[in-house]
Write a protein that binds this ligand. Structure first.
Ligand code: F3S
Length: 283
């Protein structure tokens, strides 16, 4: 029989749990309202489908919302740009804001920094909704670096004062490498490590467990950035299988592995994790 070890801090983080609970209450308690979500509530198809079955409508753009009485729009935990709030207000759409408080804090930092005429360095993926949202609180002025290659290509202005923030799910090691380099340039820097502690501890637990087991199973959406970062962390240390649901395990050959480690992204619901563990334990 295989031994299955579950990493500490696997699955829903505080911000996602909070957002999902608020959304659930809106859908269940306000039956007379049509509830929209601007973008998939979380990067987990199965969980989103469950909410949609209960009446939630997911739209990609605010313009897709049909304006009529009794509608409201959920802003998900990633947060959105300031202009979305303005647009919703102008169109008379009520907002249910589930932006994670940790992301909100970054919005405040960049907004204040922009008002103070500081240059903002945002470490993260420019295509990720959280990063787009953050940038939208400093009038899209942030200099966005995804990795060291981007940093090395950039021509810094030594007359400017820079504030550095990061996407909450950034890989801690990459963050530190970039900061070390920026500090070596002797720029005027104000560094705010805005990597969320939930991300930090989840990544650390995955790192530790992946060096102790024969294979790691990482559960989470293919489009979930924090899940894919966990996959990369585990791959750096050994055999890694990335799955969305238990069904993805059926074709994997575990015969050469005795000890299996399991972790899951911040947007992976408990029931999906339990189903996968149950299958692995029966191997
Ligand atoms: Fe918030 Fe951290 Fe989760 S920023 S949404 S608690 S990963």
């Amino acid at each position: 029989m295989k031994r299955v070890i579950i990493a500490d801090n696997a699955g829903f983080c505080f911000g996602v749990k909070r957002a999902m609970n608020i959304a659930y209450n809106e859908i269940e308690e306000k039956r007379d309202m049509q509830v929209y979500a601007l973008g998939p509530l979380i990067h987990n198809r199965q969980a989103v489908e469950k909410y949609e079955e209960r009446g939630l409508i997911t739209v990609d753009e605010i313009e897709e919302i049909e304006i009529k009485e009794n509608i409201e729009m959920i802003i998900r935990s990633h947060g959105v740009a300031k202009k979305i709030y303005d647009e919703a207000r102008d169109r008379g759409i009520e907002i249910v804001d589930t932006t994670c408080p940790f992301v909100k804090k970054i919005h405040e930092i960049v907004k204040k920094s922009e008002e103070d005429k500081k240059a903002i360095i945002l470490l993260g993926d420019k295509n990720h909704p959280e990063v787009i949202g953050i940038n939208g609180w400093c009038k899209d002025s942030a200099i966005i670096f995804k990795d060291m290659d981007d940093v090395l290509k950039y021509d810094f202005d030594y007359d400017k004062s820079y504030v550095v923030v990061s996407q909450t799910t950034m890989n801690e090691e990459n963050f530190e490498k970039i900061i070390e380099y920026l500090e070596s340039l002797n720029l005027e820097l104000d560094i705010k490590n805005t990597i969320c502690s939930a991300t930090r501890v989840r990544q650390q637990s995955a790192r530790e467990l992946s060096s102790k087991v024969d294979v790691m199973v990482v559960i989470g959406g293919k489009h979930s950035s924090n899940t894919q970062k966990l996959v990369n962390i585990c791959k750096e240390r050994g055999n890694t299988v990335s799955i969305e649901t238990r069904e993805d395990l059926y074709d994997v050959d575990f015969s050469n592995y005795e000890v299996i480690g399991v972790t899951a992204g911040a947007s992976t619901p408990d029931w999906i994790i339990h189903e996968a563990i149950e299958y692995l334990e029966k191997l």
